[in-house]
Ligand binder design. Structure first.
Ligand SMILES: [Zn+2]
Length: 290
């Protein structure tokens, strides 16, 4: 388990962009990948309404589960109510962090009951925006959740009686250690499908089902070493995000991109002088999402 990953699909709703979802599903089916899917119990976020409302949504999700896909509860209504960035600090917006314990408990419970009503006993929690605080974790534990698909360490860890399986990437890649690649189907374009397929073509054997990763017994508690590792990884990410926001770097990434990883590597190396000493312009290469 030194360099493996699993996939999660966020923002699964009855009116998501189904065409894009089916494109991803076809790729996963081809490579026999069974992802974790984050179902929003009662979506009220207009940003996630991208397509025709499917009346048979819940039956369809149940059928995916029957076929080995795993269901996580993705918040409750997916509406950010606070500007708290929670324990990870990845995004200054949250559906839960910063709210009183009782409020969070009620929201998570309502979401849990909706999923249960549709025959889905999801005990994995996927926080919108990756934002949760200690009260969220207390409520999750109280409601019978066992796992959170988040964290920024290199390996999973236990905290407050819950297993955290790290989620550090929003693009297909192996990050070292154990990672979850977080995909928002609604946002994908042609290049993303190709990138996903190329990755699976090459690394299918390193992709494990979420349950297999979560089922390992050797994970430690979040000891000091893991706390420091998480802080280091988060700092690296902040630096990378800041650099990616620079027009020069975006242009460099755009101009040196190639579907073939070895060609891309060469282009990136030969393009370095221009990145370091070249002109500044605005590019529009997609940034890592959280
Ligand atoms: Zn989401």
């Amino acid at each position: 388990m030194t360099n493996v990953c699993t996939f999660r699909l966020d923002d699964i709703t009855p009116d998501m962009d189904w065409d894009k979802f089916y494109r991803v599903k076809a790729i996963f089916d081809k490579y026999k990948v069974k992802p974790l899917i984050g179902v929003v119990p009662q979506n009220a976020d207009p940003g996630l309404s991208r397509g025709e409302y499917h009346e048979d949504f819940w039956e369809y999700i149940a059928s995916l589960q029957k076929n080995g896909w795993l269901v996580a509860q993705h918040g409750f209504r997916h509406v950010y109510e606070t500007k708290a960035s929670g324990l990870l600090g990845l995004k200054p917006a949250s559906e839960f962090a910063g709210l009183p314990y009782e409020t969070q408990y009620e929201k998570i419970k309502n979401g849990r009951e909706i999923l249960q009503k549709h025959g889905l006993d999801a005990t994995i929690f996927m926080a919108p925006g990756h934002t949760y605080d200690k009260n969220t974790l207390r409520a999750l534990k109280k409601l019978g959740f066992v796992c959170v698909t988040d964290g920024y360490t290199d390996i999973p860890y236990y905290m407050k009686g819950l297993l955290f399986v790290p989620c550090r990437s929003s693009q297909p890649k192996l990050s070292g250690g154990v990672d979850t690649i977080c995909i928002h189907c609604n946002e994908l374009d042609e290049g993303d499908y190709r990138e996903l397929e190329n990755f699976l073509e090459k690394h299918a054997s390193s992709v494990l089902p979420f349950a297999e990763i979560a089922g390992q017994l050797w994970y430690p508690k979040k000891v000091l070493m893991l706390r420091l590792q998480e802080k280091r990884n988060l700092l690296r990410r902040r630096i990378k995000t800041r650099l990616t926001g620079s027009g020069t770097l975006q242009l460099y990434l755009q101009e040196t991109y190639d579907e073939n990883p070895s060609v891309k590597r060469k282009k990136r190396i030969f393009g370095l002088p221009r990145l370091l000493f070249g002109r500044k312009r605005n590019g529009n290469r997609r940034q890592n999402k959280t």
